[in-house]
Design a protein around this ligand. Structure first.
Ligand code: AMP
Ligand code: FE
Ligand code: FE
Ligand code: ZN
Length: 273
């Protein structure tokens, strides 16, 4: 049986490990097929494309795109797209480029509330290509002793309903789905349970989303069952992954988790049987 993980971050977005380290770790932990799905860029994937092949591990082209639907932050995974498609690369670059000023605004808002973290410090945690995300701000706040873990930071300071939340530019989910498909790729709703409301999922299905990340490592049997039903009823392909970022709990999941082998055939076909 093949060991598979189709949702992994590196330090080219908000993960802790470099793409090379991720590939090494995946080999040590017995994976056969993985996908590096950094947020809004494929630079980490490109970095180790050949290295992974040399090491005998299958690396599926992937990315996790930040989108917005009804004012909600919706993550859409894309797989097997044309790596040189200009529209898709532009879409990612636009999101990516908006992050810098946005991080500065978040830090300003924190500063106003007496949380004295410094943009330079946050930048020192940034991804290899200067990717700045809320997790980097969270790390700086934990390091400075303002919070004990990232959940505390998101719940009280920078989560979607908090005083220091600042949205970044993100395309509509509908536009992202179309752009991925026009680039020959497959679009998948990441961690569907985080949507909270199935009506939103049906709206994405109406936009033509290709699949759901049914086998998400951090969800429970009930949610897997639930989204599996929705996928089957709507002829959607099913994928799965650990959403590895490299912090404590993630390191435990990575290696124990595998997606069922059927995800490979469904991805390849680009449709559910
Ligand atoms: P950003 O793209 O900068 O808005 O940051 C989004 C990232 O922050 C997500 O991909 C997760 O890695 C992380 N994140 C978002 N919400 C939470 C949360 N409530 N708790 C922990 N991490 C979160
Ligand atoms: Fe992330
Ligand atoms: Fe995500
Ligand atoms: Zn992710």
């Amino acid at each position: 049986m093949k060991k598979i993980d189709l949702h992994i971050h590196t330090n080219y977005s908000d993960g802790l490990y470099s793409p090379e380290e991720v590939v090494q770790l995946a080999i040590e932990r017995g994976y056969d097929v993985i996908s590096i799905t950094d947020h809004d860029n494929i630079d980490g994937f490109l970095q180790v494309k050949d290295y992974a092949a040399d090491q005998g591990i299958t690396l599926i082209p992937g990315v996790e795109i930040s989108t917005v639907h009804r004012n909600r932050d919706v993550h859409i995974l894309a797989y097997n797209f044309d790596l040189e498609n200009a529209a898709l690369l532009d879409l990612m670059k636009r999101i990516y480029d908006s992050r810098y000023g946005r991080a500065e605004t978040i830090i300003q808002k924190l500063n106003e509330r007496g949380i004295k973290i410094d943009i330079e410090k946050v930048k020192s945690y940034a991804g290899r290509n200067n990717y700045l995300g809320r997790p980097h701000i969270a790390r700086a706040m934990i390091e400075a002793g303002y919070c004990s873990d990232k959940y505390e930071v998101f719940d009280n300071h920078i989560g979607e309903h908090c005083y220091a939340y600042v949205p970044k530019y993100a395309p509509s989910s509908e536009k992202a789905i179309k752009t991925i498909q026009e680039a020959g790729g497959v679009s998948i709703l990441a961690h569907p349970y985080t949507m909270g409301d199935d009506r939103l999922i049906y709206e994405l299905i109406a936009y033509g989303i290709d699949g759901l990340e049914v086998f998400y490592a951090k969800s429970n049997d009930e949610t897997v069952y639930h989204y599996n039903e929705i996928a089957q009823e709507n002829n959607l392909i099913r994928t799965g992954g650990s959403d590895f970022h490299g912090e404590g709990y993630d390191l435990e999941i990575f290696g124990h988790y595998t997606a069922p082998e059927s995800v490979l055939a469904e991805l390849k076909r680009g449709s559910y049987e």
